[in-house]
Design a protein around this ligand. Structure first.
Ligand code: PMP
Ligand code: GLN
Length: 379
């Protein structure tokens, strides 16, 4: 058949994980923990499966889970969100992003993406018939290039996608960044899709700034979250989307036909587990220790490190390998040194090479130490 996404291959995350496996490399490429979630969470799933939660739950998600999410939003961000009309439980953040884009973007509408960008946004926009306009985040701090934004932004702009904390750079948006966007959107009918899946992984005492708290933006935004990142269950594929009722009504028109609803027993288990703030409040400290552990090894191996303010990713470059394309460098690291990473060029539509690669530190300390030893020996 004539391809709808002719230039799209297999995602870099699948490619690098497969290469790591083929060469017995330690996999610091694809972002997922190599450890299990809290047994207490697993016990709740078993309990609710035994308690008969095995058929379709309500389309928008189990009410108890939506109430627990609303309580968490109140606690973390001081928000008052209606669980009935303003929260929908989704099949991970990926489906939330895909459905939101399909709900909001009409054929011919323009969508602004900041690059480097997570790889699922642009294909979703194109499948919806939208046109992507790319705006750079400028290294080494990866702050938005507002000059280019202003040249891209017009009456045709339907949606701006923002990701904070940001994959792959670890940069976070402060209130001033949101204010700069709000000022530009004022008076337009453009909307914002905020990918906030790493909301609880913010370091050095900084605070996550949700779009839902931003004056001038909250009423025109959908914010996307994922339990996969917060509770170490990326394989469950459960997340949620939050936004004002009129936007959520449009979201649900799509959601009810592209997935209808998501795993039932897991939703009850998450409702129980989310009720205890200690289950997510310690996450930043947990990952900050791992970030610092990996940074120590990378420095010892001769890498230069970029700032890492949030997420479980660290960007780095190695002065001795500056002349190599980042794709060749990660291939060599995987095959010869035995540590897999992600080339940041994969996050650019034009495969621009900033000379930096991404390491994931959502790994056991032993894994990070074993990878560190290989890098020190091999680089
Ligand atoms: N957005 C970003 C920025 C991500 O890093 C990820 C996970 N890698 C997702 C969305 C997708 O999340 P989920 O696994 O919940 O679909
Ligand atoms: N989000 C994860 C990452 O950035 C991977 C998710 C996926 O494999 N699609 O590594």
């Amino acid at each position: 058949p004539r391809s709808k996404l002719p230039e799209v291959g297999t995602t870099i995350f699948t490619v690098m994980s497969a290469l790591a496996q083929a060469h017995g490399a330690i996999n610091l490429s694809q972002g997922f923990p190599d450890f299990d979630p809290d047994p207490a969470l697993l016990e709740r799933v078993a309990y609710w499966m035994g308690a008969g939660k095995n058929q379709y739950p309500p389309m928008a998600g189990v009410p108890a889970l939506r109430e627990a999410i609303a309580a968490k939003l109140a606690r973390c961000y001081g928000l008052s969100v209606d669980p009935e009309s303003e929260i929908t439980v989704t099949a991970g953040a990926t489906q939330a992003l895909f459905s939101a884009i399909h709900a909001l973007v009409h054929p011919g509408d323009e969508v602004i993406l900041f690059e480097p960008a997570y790889d699922s946004y642009a294909p979703a926009v194109r499948l919806a018939g939208g046109v992507v306009r790319y705006v750079s985040l400028l290294p080494p701090t990866y702050t938005p290039d507002w000059g280019t934004f202003d040249r891209c932004f017009s009456a045709r702009t339907r949606l701006v996608v923002v990701n904070t904390p940001h994959n792959p750079t670890g940069a976070i948006w402060r209130e001033a960044d949101w204010a700069a966007l709000a000022e530009r959107l004022d008076g337009s009918d453009a909307m914002v899709l905020a990918d906030e899946v790493y909301e609880h992984i913010v370091f050095d005492g900084a605070r996550h700034e949700s779009v839902l708290r931003q004056p001038g933006l909250a009423g025109r935004a959908l914010a996307v979250f994922s339990f996969g990142k917060t509770f170490h269950v990326t394989g469950w594929k459960i997340g949620y989307v939050v936004g004002a009722a009129p936007l959520m009504a449009e979201f649900r028109r799509v959601h009810q036909f592209d997935v209808f609803t998501v795993s039932h027993a897991e939703q009850w288990a998450l409702a129980d587990y989310l009720a205890e703030p200690a289950h997510y409040e310690g996450l930043a400290a947990f990952y900050q220790q791992k970030r610092d552990r990996l940074r120590g090894w990378l420095t010892q191996a001769g890498f230069t490190l970029l700032p890492a303010q949030g997420t479980y990713f660290q960007l780095a470059h190695h002065p001795d390998f500056r002349h190599e394309p980042d794709t060749a460098f990660v291939r060599w690291l995987t095959e010869t040194v035995g540590v897999a990473a992600i080339p940041v060029s994969a996050f650019y539509h034009d495969h621009r090479d900033d000379g930096v690669i991404r390491f994931c530190f959502a790994k056991r300390d032993e894994t990070l130490d074993a990878a560190g030893q290989r890098l020190v020996a091999g680089c």
